[in-house]
Write a protein that binds this ligand. Structure first.
Ligand SMILES: [Zn+2]
Length: 455
C-alpha cells in the first residue's frame, strides 16, 4: 500500500466559467476582495480547496459553524457542519489532481446569496446548491444540498440513476471462520458486503473458494485456513472474474491451481478496468495501488469436478447472470453450494450481464442441485428453502412486468428508472440496504428491457 499523501495546499484554477461568473475578480489577484460578489467567490474557492485538500482550517473559512448539510440520495440524509467536516481528517484522495471544480451561477441579494457549483471528480459528479449569508464572521456557507451522479466504467457504464454499489471496502474488516457443514467453512466478511471466502477440506487436500479483494485480505484468509487444516491448498476456485473475488489470487503459492471459467481470463486492459471499477466502488484507490493479476491456471467451459480425497467438488458454469463467468461450487456430500454473487440474502439479484430469464434458469439449476445451504460470496449463508421460492417469484414478476412496460412504449432506460420494485420483494434490512436493493432492481429491469429491444 502506498502511504497516505500528506495534506497540502491545493490551488484551484479559476475556470472560464468561474471567471465569467465573477468579472470583478479578473486582474485582482493578491488584492483582498472587497465587493460582496468577490467575497462570495473567495468563499466558494475556499470550499473547493478545502474539499480537495482535506484542509479543515480552509473549510472553516468557507462554512458557518452552525451550517447544515442535506441530501436525498438513497434516502434523506442530513448532518450538522461539525460532523460532516470530519472528512478532513482522512488522507487526501489520490484522484485530487484529476478533479475539476467550477461555479455555474451566483445570485446575490443584499446579505443573502446562492451559488450552484459542480465538482467533477473521476468517480462522481456533484452538483451543489450553496446558501451563503453575510454573517458576523463575513460571508459564510450556511446550507449545502446536493445531488451526486456516479460515473461508472466498463460493463457498469450505463447503470441507471438509482444504482449504487454494495459496500465492498475491506478497511478494518475481519474474516470470521464458521463451519457450516463438516469440513466446509466460510470465512465471513464481518462488515458491509465485504467478501466471504469458502474452504472445503477433504482427506488429502483443501479447496479455497474465492480470493478476496486485496492481497492483504487473501493473506489473512490463508492464515486462517492454516489454523483449520494442514492439508495443502491444492485448488482455488473463483466464482466470477470480478476483482473482489480475484485480486487475492496472487497471494496463493505455486502449489495452488486456480480454477475458473474460460471467461475469467483477462487482458491487461480488462484487468485495468477491474482495478478502476473497484477504485470507484470503494472510494479507496490506494487499496489497489499494487493490485496484481493472476488469472486461472485451469479453465473449464461447462462443468468439471475435483477429488479432495473422499470428497468430490463440482464446478458448474451458470453465467451470464451477474457476470458472464458465474460459477457454482457444489459440495454434494455436505449439501452446500457456494454461489458467488448469486443468491445472497436479497432475493433480488444484480443482473449485470443476464436478464430475468437467465435468473429463472439459475434458480432452476440450484433447485435441481438440491443443496440445503447456499453460501454466497457476500453476506450470510442462507437456507435454500428460505430464498429460492422468493427468487423465482421475483424473476417471474420481472419477466412479465418488463414486457408490459415495453408494450406501453417505455424505453429500456425508462424501464430501468421507473419500474418500481413491489414491496413484497423487498428483503428486510436497514434503509441503506433497501436502497441498494432498489438500485439492483433498476439495473435488472434495464438489462431485461435491453435484451427484449432490438438495438
Ligand atoms: Zn462480488
Amino acid at each position: 500500500m502506498t502511504p497516505p499523501r500528506p495534506a497540502r495546499a491545493v490551488r484551484v484554477p479559476l475556470t472560464g466559467i468561474a471567471l465569467a461568473a465573477f468579472p470583478a475578480l479578473v486582474g485582482a489577484q493578491g488584492v483582498p476582495p472587497t465587493s460582496d460578489r468577490a467575497q462570495i467567490e473567495r468563499v466558494v474557492q475556499d470550499y473547493f480547496a478545502a474539499v480537495d485538500g482535506h484542509d479543515r482550517a480552509i473549510l472553516d473559512r468557507a462554512f458557518h459553524p452552525n451550517a447544515q448539510l442535506a441530501a436525498a440520495i438513497g434516502g434523506y440524509w442530513e448532518r450538522p457542519y461539525e460532523e460532516w467536516a470530519t472528512f478532513t481528517r482522512s488522507p487526501v484522495a489520490a484522484d485530487v489532481d484529476e478533479r475539476r471544480n467550477h461555479v455555474v451561477s451566483v445570485d446575490v441579494a443584499g446579505s443573502a446569496a446562492t451559488a450552484k457549483v459542480i465538482l467533477e471528480w473521476p468517480s462522481v459528479r456533484y452538483v451543489d446548491y450553496l446558501t451563503i449569508l453575510k454573517t458576523d464572521l463575513g460571508w459564510r456557507i450556511v446550507n449545502k444540498v446536493w445531488h451526486q451522479q456516479p460515473r461508472w466504467l466498463g460493463e457498469f457504464a450505463d447503470a441507471p440513476t438509482p444504482f449504487f454499489p454494495p459496500p465492498l471496502d475491506p478497511t478494518d474488516a475481519s474474516l470470521l471462520p464458521e463451519e457450516v457443514a463438516p469440513g466446509v467453512w466460510v470465512l465471513r466478511g464481518d462488515r458491509g458486503a465485504v467478501n466471504n471466502i469458502g474452504l472445503v477440506v477433504g482427506e488429502e487436500a483443501a479447496l479455497v473458494v474465492d480470493a478476496h479483494i486485496t492481497r492483504e485480505l487473501a493473506d489473512e484468509a490463508i492464515r486462517l485456513v492454516r489454523t483449520i487444516t494442514d492439508l495443502p491448498i491444492r485448488w482455488l476456485a473463483n466464482t466470477n472474474p470480478h476483482g473482489d473475488h480475484t485480486f487475492g489470487n496472487a497471494a496463493f503459492g505455486p502449489e495452488t491451481t486456480i480454477l475458473g471459467h474460460t471467461s475469467h481470463e483477462r487482458t491487461p486492459e480488462e484487468f485495468a478496468t477491474e482495478v478502476a471499477v473497484l477504485r470507484h466502488f470503494t472510494g479507496k484507490p490506494e487499496l489497489f495501488a499494487d493490485a496484481e493479476f493472476r488469472g486461472p491456471d485451469q479453465v473449464f467451459e461447462h462443468r468439471m469436478e475435483i477429488d479432495l480425497g473422499g470428497r468430490i467438488v463440482e464446478f458448474l458454469h451458470v453465467g451470464p447472470v451477474n457476470t458472464e463467468g458465474d460459477v457454482l461450487v457444489h459440495v454434494p456430500d455436505a449439501g452446500v453450494a457456494f454461489t458467488g454473487n448469486l443468491l445472497t440474502r436479497a432475493q433480488v439479484p444484480l443482473l449485470w450481464t443476464g436478464d430475468a430469464r437467465d435468473w429463472l434458469r439459475l434458480v432452476e439449476t440450484v433447485e435441481e442441485m438440491g443443496a440445503r445451504l447456499l453460501v454466497p460470496g457476500h453476506l450470510a449463508p442462507v437456507e435454500a428453502t428460505a430464498i429460492l421460492a422468493e427468487a423465482r417469484a421475483y424473476g417471474e414478476w420481472l419477466d412479465g412486468a418488463v414486457d408490459a412496460a415495453l408494450e406501453l412504449g417505455w424505453s429500456p432506460l425508462r424501464v430501468g428508472e421507473d419500474l418500481a420494485l413491489p414491496e413484497r420483494f423487498m428483503p428486510p434490512g436497514p434503509a441503506g440496504f433497501q436502497s441498494m436493493v432498489r438500485g439492483f432492481h433498476a439495473l435488472n429491469a434495464l438489462r431485461t428491457a435491453q435484451r427484449r429491444t432490438p438495438s
